[in-house]
Structure formats: C-alpha cells, structure tokens
Write a new protein. Structure first.
Length: 154
C-alpha cells in the first residue's frame, strides 16, 4: 500500500515537473497568446524593445516613449530618406522625358528628310518642345505635391 502511494506521488510529481518544462506554458513564445508581454486585444506586443512600453492611451493611439531628441532624429532620418527617394524619382522621370524628346526630334528629322529649313519641321519641333516642357512641369508639380504630403502627414 505504501509503495503504491509513493509511486503515485512520484508519477504526479514527474507529470507536474514535465508540464512546467513545456515551452508553450508560462509565456515562453514571443508574440503569441502565451507571451506575457503580448496583448491579444490590441493585436501586438505591449513592450517594444526599441521604444519601450507602448500602452494605448485614451485617445485610441499609442503613447510615444521616445525622447524629443529621438523623435526629431527619427523625423530627420525619414525626411532625408524621402528626399533621396524623390530625387531618384525626379532623375528617373527627367531621363525618360529627355530620351523620349530626343527620339521624337529624331523621328521628325527623318520624316522631313533632314531639311531643317522646312517650316513644317520647325513647327513640329516647337510642338515637341512644348509637349515635353509641359510633361516636365507636371513631374515637378507631382513631386512637390508628394513632398508636401510627406510633411503634412508626418
């Protein structure tokens, strides 16, 4: 009788020990419902290692625990990246328009047999010039608008 009691207690203790070592119990998986720092209601972790805790405040957003200097630094870095991106887009668009304008001029030159004194050729060159000037202004306007949107949304 005594051995069955001891063996029963021993089996129970081993079962409890093994259940305690289960990695899915006790919050050992980060980003899951087993994680003690995971908030399932808001859909994300309650603790951000870079910025610290981010508990929701009453306005419905998250409290930014960054210092003002960190916030300014992050804004400046984002602004610099946005400028580089817009400069790349601007250069790409201008190179494309330059190529298209050059090809249109070459086509007009071939169409009028290389006679640069032909008034129709001169008129066509004027049309091409106005068309691509308008397109360049449109690219600049759109990039200014996108840059302004970045400042407004930040």
């Amino acid at each position: 009788m005594r051995t069955s009691l001891v063996s029963g207690v021993l089996v129970g203790a081993i079962a409890l020990f093994l259940a305690g070592c289960d990695p899915s119990v006790g919050g050992r998986y980060y980003g899951s419902s087993y994680d003690p720092f995971y908030n399932g209601y808001y859909g994300g972790p309650l603790y951000d290692p870079y910025y610290g805790s981010s508990y929701p405040y009453y306005g419905g957003g998250y409290y930014d625990r960054r210092s003002p200097w960190e916030a300014v630094r992050d804004y400046e870095q984002a602004h610099e990246r946005k400028h580089e991106q817009l400069e790349y887009k601007y250069d790409k668009a201008m190179r494309r328009l330059d190529r298209q304008e050059r090809e249109a001029q070459e086509k007009a030159y071939r169409k009028y047999g290389g006679n640069i004194n032909d008034p129709r050729y001169q008129e066509r060159l004027g049309e091409i010039d106005r068309k691509y000037d308008h397109k360049r202004e449109k690219v600049e306007r759109n990039l200014r608008k996108e840059h302004g949107r970045f400042h407004r949304d930040w």
